[in-house]
Write a protein that binds this ligand. Structure first.
Ligand code: ADP
Ligand code: MG
Length: 613
């Protein structure tokens, strides 16, 4: 029996290891299963490269068993095994990877079988993660082709003991004596069958050898993305979506995407059909599941998805990632940036083709996630317009459905200079805006902005296909220039100047001015705005904690062909007090139509009553 201290360096490293390298204790199982898989790979490679050895595929497997009474979790493999030297070399020296050496040796000597072995280990620390959950670790191993077996036992930093022992077959058994529950850590869970199964599923589902508990194989072994693309059915995609808990719905679209070359990766991406309930909350975590060599290394890799595509679910597998010692990603990895760029472009392409060929599904998609695309346009000062401007849609006054900006612009007549839009709370309410009448008359299409972010996003965009956007509530619609009555209107406006000044004054600074409207037909009044800030933006901003107090410059437009205008005119001459009340009522009505609230409802009610009497 040999009692050994870990090398000094190793001792410090082991301590570091147990306490700080890994964020999640549960990954110990992933590390041990990966090691077992590596060991079987090496055995398999040995058999492949030597003649006269016959083998049965069933000989290669990993067995997990639990003994609750003894508090042990055991992982057994039919791999290459270790003799005493191997144990001292690989388990006695932390940060020494036998697997890395093997990998280098294989690729140096034999480039043909190189593809057959994709060894997972490379840092030589994974094994020690066992000490995060165990008081004592025992390794019993017999190397292939050798008669003697050895037992390696360690209780952590103090060192280890190796002695000869018996083992019926070649291979390795690792026995973990699981720690007692501590204040904040539940170790008992690692002795629960369901927990261990779920950990195998989570991290090691695609290990290529069977991982068994009892007689049952619990891993899927072949990842969906390693299958031939042409053989994957829609059902396979949907099952995988459910298995991975990407959503309870049926995905709208499943995408298989793989890139080969200097950097290569394979991915399966999904566009979900429904908004997750927490999608627009802080709790929602976007990201794709990231695999390196079929082993899961990150469940929600954010860097793979821009925020505006945060709804996309899926997995990415790449062999070319730079991982750090705890198998976590190096930040700002160039390969990762490359993958993320490719994926972004792919998603855009797929969404565009869905928009074109499968409009019904696209509308479903857009209703679920359109907002996040519009937020994407708005954020980062329009940096993402190339990706997003063709993906967004708005309800159209003429088509009565969602349309794209491209479709709108293609339909614009020659005389139409702007892309017109109307803002409001919902499509119904916008549809009733008095200003819309004249657009209907001229047969101009108007886009309805019923989402708070819409107008902000469009301001950032400023124009689409060189056509500027214009709100139908803006003061200078420029429709009027083409209006025949324009001269007449101006004359009338001059004539009534005194009256309009009176109205403006009566409203005590609430409006910038009053004028004769050129857009109203049957309705008596409406509001328009001048300057940068629209009335809709005022509404949105006033709801924000620090946005109160900002006001749009409002213009009260009065329909001079309306009967009420006659009354106003007459009262202006005969009864100034009544004229004042009419002005206030008209202003308040215009506010209500715009969806703003009346500032003094009591005064308004009294005004209306007194006018009715
Ligand atoms: P890595 O896997 O990165 O090489 P580990 O700390 O996980 O590092 O393992 C260290 C070494 O111990 C491995 O490279 C391998 O040589 C050896 N080893 C670990 N587990 C086994 C096993 N089940 N069978 C055979 N060898 C093993
Ligand atoms: Mg390892």
């Amino acid at each position: 029996m040999k009692t050994r201290q870990f090398q000094a360096e190793s001792k410090r490293l082991l301590d570091l290891m147990i306490n700080s390298i890994y964020t999640h204790k549960e990954i110990f199982l992933r590390e041990l299963i990966s090691n077992a898989s590596d060991a079987i790979d090496k055995n398999y490679y040995r058999i492949l490269t030597s003649e006269n050895i016959t083998f049965d595929k069933n000989d290669f497997y990993i067995q997990i068993s639990i003994d609750k009474d003894a508090r042990t979790l055991t992982i057994e493999d039919t791999g290459i095994g270790m003799n005493m030297e191997d144990m001292e070399e690989n388990l006695g020296t932390i940060a020494k990877s036998g697997s890395l050496a093997f990998k280098q040796q294989v690729s140096d000597t034999d480039s043909e079988s190189k593809d057959e072995v994709d060894i997972i280990g490379q840092f030589g620390v994974g094994f020690y993660s066992a000490f995060m959950v165990s008081d004592k670790v025992t390794v019993i191993s017999r190397k292939v082709g050798e008669e003697k077996a050895f037992r390696w036992v360690s209780e952590g930093a103090d060192g280890y003991v190796v002695e000869e022992c018996e083992r019926e077959k070649e291979g390795t058994t690792i026995i973990l004596e699981i720690k007692e529950n501590a204040d904040e850590t539940d170790y008992d869970q690692y002795l629960e069958d369901y927990k261990v199964r779920s950990l195998v599923k989570k991290y090691s589902d695609f290990i290529k050898y069977p991982v068994k508990m009892g007689d049952e194989v619990i891993n899927s072994m072949v990842p969906l993305w390693k299958k031939n693309k042409s053989e994957i059915t829609e059902e396979d995609y949907e099952n995988f979506y459910k298995e991975k808990h990407f959503g309870f719905d049926k995905p709208l679209k499943s995408i298989y995407y793989s890139v080969d070359g200097v950097s290569s990766f394979t991915s399966i991406l999904y566009i979900p059909g429904r908004t997750p309930f927490d999608f627009y909350s802080k709790d929602f975590e976007r990201g794709l599941e990231l695999y390196s060599n079929n082993v899961m290394i990150m469940q929600k890799c954010q860097d793979l998805l821009p925020e505006y595509f945060g709804f996309v679910q899926g997995v990415v597998d790449s062999q070319d990632l730079s991982l750090n010692i705890s198998r976590e990603l190096l930040q700002h990895d160039r390969q990762l940036q490359f993958i993320s760029k490719k994926i972004k472009e792919k998603i855009k392409k797929e969404l565009l083709s869905m928009q074109k060929d499968d409009r019904e599904n696209y509308v479903t998609f857009f209703e679920a996630f359109g907002r996040t695309l519009k937020f994407g346009l708005y954020s980062e000062y329009g940096m993402n317009r190339d990706i997003l401007e063709d993906l967004i849609m708005f309800y159209s006054s003429t088509k009565k459905e969602l349309v794209t900006l491209k479709e709108y612009v293609e339909r614009m007549g020659e005389d139409q200079k702007y892309i017109y839009y109307a803002t409001g709370e919902n499509v119904d309410k916008i549809g009733k805006l008095p200003q819309l009448e004249i657009f209907a008359d001229k047969n101009y299409e108007v886009l309805f902005f019923n989402d708070e972010v819409d107008e902000f996003a469009i301001r950032v965009l400023a124009s689409y296909s060189e056509k500027e956007f214009k709100s139908i509530s803006s003061g200078d619609l420029e429709l009027e220039k083409e209006n025949d009555e324009s001269e007449e209107n101006k004359k009338e406006s001059d004539q009534n100047k005194e009256l309009f000044d009176f109205v403006t004054e009566s409203l005590g600074g609430k409006i910038k001015s009053a004028k004769a409207s050129k857009k109203l037909k049957t309705h008596p009044v409406c509001l328009s705005s001048e300057g940068e800030l629209s009335i809709e933006m005022e509404k949105v901003l006033s709801m924000m904690p620090d946005g109160g107090g900002v006001k749009a410059e409002k213009i009260l437009e009065i329909n001079t062909s309306h009967k009420i205008f006659e009354l106003l005119k007459e009262s202006f001459v005969n009864d100034k007090d009544k004229a004042k009340k009419i002005a206030r009522v008209l202003y308040n009505q215009a506010l209500l139509i715009e969806g703003l609230s009346v500032e003094d409802p009591v005064e308004y009610a009294n005004d209306v009553c007194s006018l009715m009497m």
